[in-house]
Ligand binder design. Structure first.
Ligand SMILES: Nc1ncnc2c1ncn2[C@@H]1O[C@H](COP(=O)(O)OP(=O)(O)O)[C@@H](O)[C@H]1O
Ligand SMILES: Nc1ccn([C@@H]2O[C@H](COP(=O)(O)OP(=O)(O)O)[C@@H](O)[C@H]2O)c(=O)n1
Length: 245
C-alpha cells in the first residue's frame, strides 16, 4: 500500500467572525497544507484604491483601476503575508477605513474576476493542497473542492469575538457593522456570500475554536480517505484538474 498522501482542496466560507481565519490557519498547519485568506486580497485591493485616490463609491472608477495593483499572497499558515506593489499591506488592510469600504469594492465584477483568477492560480500551485477561506470559495472560486465548509454563528457571538480583538470596541456598534457588511456581501449580484449546496454547515456559536478545528480536521481526513479510495478506482482527477480554469 502506498503511503503517499493525496493533495486536498478545502473551501471554508461564511460571514465575518464565524472563525474562518483562525480555523483555516490551524487546520492547514495541522495537516501540512497551504493557506489562503481571500478576504485579505479584497482588503488589499481596497487599500490600494483608497491610497491611490480612486473614488470607491464609483463602480466604473473601481472597474477601470482593478487590473493595476500587483497583489501577492503568502500561503504559509504560520506566517500569512500580503503585499501590494511590493509593500507589506498586512497592517493597513485591517484598518477601519478599509473594513467599511471593502464590500463596495469587492462587489465590482472586474475586481472579482481579477482576484478569482489569482486565487485559482494559487490553489493550483499548492502541491500538497490548500485551505482557502472567504465568501464564495465553495460556490464560485473552487466549485470542485474536495471539502466545503460553511461556518455560521449568531450575530451576538460574532460581535463579541470581533470586539474582543479591538481594545475599547463597542459590541453593539460592531454587531451593527457586521450585519451591514453581511447584507452587502450576501446581496451583491456577482458571487455573493452563500453556502454551496454541497457544503457542510457548522454552527460555531456554542463551540470553542478548538472544537471547530477538530471538527474540520476530522472532516478533511474522512474526505481524504474517501478520495484516496476513489482515486485507486480511477474515479477522480489530480488537484490541478479540480481547480477550474
Ligand atoms: N469558536 C470560537 N469561539 C470563540 N472565539 C472564536 C471562535 N472562533 C474564532 N474565535 C475568535 O473570534 C475572532 C474572529 O475569528 P476569525 O477567525 O478572524 O473569524 P473570520 O475569519 O470568520 O472573520 C478571533 O479573535 C478568534 O480567535
Ligand atoms: N471570497 C471573498 C472574501 C472576502 N470578500 C470581501 O472581503 C471582505 C473582507 O473579508 P474578510 O474575510 O477579511 O472579513 P472578516 O470576516 O475577516 O472581517 C468581505 O466583507 C467581502 O466584502 C469577498 O467578497 N469574497
Amino acid at each position: 500500500m502506498s503511503d503517499t498522501v493525496e493533495s486536498v482542496i478545502v473551501a471554508i466560507d461564511g460571514p465575518s467572525g464565524t472563525g474562518k481565519s483562525s480555523t483555516s490557519k490551524a487546520v492547514a498547519s495541522a495537516l501540512g497544507l497551504s493557506y489562503l485568506d481571500t478576504g485579505a486580497q479584497y482588503r488589499a485591493i481596497t487599500w490600494w484604491m483608497i491610497t491611490n485616490g480612486i473614488d470607491v463609491s464609483d463602480p466604473l472608477a473601481i472597474a477601470s483601476a482593478a487590473g493595476k495593483p500587483v497583489i501577492e499572497s503568502g500561503t504559509d499558515p504560520s506566517a500569512p503575508a500580503i503585499t501590494v506593489d511590493g509593500l507589506d499591506a498586512s497592517g493597513p488592510i485591517r484598518e477601519q477605513d478599509v473594513t467599511s469600504k471593502v464590500s463596495a469594492v469587492s462587489a465590482v465584477p472586474e475586481v472579482r474576476t481579477r482576484i478569482t483568477e489569482l486565487q485559482r492560480s494559487i490553489a493550483r500551485a499548492a502541491e500538497k493542497g490548500i485551505v482557502v477561506e472567504g465568501r464564495d470559495i465553495g460556490t464560485t472560486v473552487l466549485p470542485d473542492a474536495d471539502l466545503k465548509i460553511f461556518l455560521t454563528a449568531s450575530p451576538e457571538a460574532r460581535a463579541a469575538r470581533r470586539s474582543g480583538e479591538i481594545k475599547g470596541a463597542d459590541v453593539t456598534a460592531t454587531r451593527e457593522a457586521l450585519i451591514k457588511r453581511d447584507a452587502a456581501d450576501s446581496s451583491r449580484k456577482t458571487s455573493p456570500l452563500a453556502k454551496a449546496d454541497d457544503a457542510v454547515e457548522v454552527d460555531t456559536t456554542d463551540l470553542t475554536l478548538q472544537q471547530v478545528i477538530e471538527c474540520v480536521v476530522t472532516l478533511v481526513e474522512e474526505r481524504r480517505g474517501a478520495t484516496g479510495d476513489e482515486e485507486k478506482r480511477g474515479a477522480t482527477g489530480s488537484a490541478e484538474k479540480r481547480v477550474a480554469k
